[in-house]
Design a protein around this ligand. Sequence first.
Ligand SMILES: C[S@@+](CC[C@H](N)C(=O)[O-])C[C@H]1O[C@@H](n2cnc3c(N)ncnc32)[C@H](O)[C@@H]1O
Length: 206
Amino acid sequence: MAEEGRHYFTADPDVASRPGTVGVRLDDVQLELRTDSGVFSHSRLDAGTKVLLENAPLPRNRGDILDLGCGYGPIALTFASRRKRLRVWAVDVNERALGLVRENAQTAGLGNVTACTPDEVPDDTVFGTIYSNPPIRIGKPEMHAMLLRWLPRLQPGGSAYLVVQKHLGSDSLAKWLNAQGLPTTRLLSQRSYRLLEVQKPSDLPQ
Ligand SMILES: C[S@@+](CC[C@H](N)C(=O)[O-])C[C@H]1O[C@@H](n2cnc3c(N)ncnc32)[C@H](O)[C@@H]1O
């Protein structure tokens, strides 16, 4: 596995710091983000992340946004720019990534971003929309546990958007989510990526 792949999902990456920047260039949002080694895709905007940023619908409600597995923050900061009145939770296990998100949010003047570890999100927080380029490489049991921890915290009528590479199991993930009672459809197939939409029916209790 490449250097960046070995360390990015640990709490405290043991690779030396090698700061850099990545540009997020979209029709509506332009960001120059600080990155570092030991953080997912630190030298370029990940192709799957770009598919999500260009195609995932904007939030359809006013609930908080969650970027699950935020890395250095391209998804969190893009949606924080698009919806400045909504709180965006940027959650990751990687402390170096969280430090970068805080720095990037401050530089971009985005006071609506909270970057923290999963355990630091208050238990009663629910989300109107979840966006994620999920950490498939942590392994299926861990990733399933992560999704079952957060997707049920969508508020009624809320939606989650997950970008997953076809060869990393997007179709079986969609099947598994449906089997868990989380209605999931394929919104888009672009390049080798699938964008999945998970919906929380509006008539179900939390
Ligand atoms: C595929 S990367 C996406 C990073 C970033 N969102 C991007 O698009 O560049 C997935 C991220 O999930 C994080 N992660 C791994 N396990 C996690 C967990 N249990 N809870 C939250 N985030 C986790 C990794 O550290 C990594 O930063």
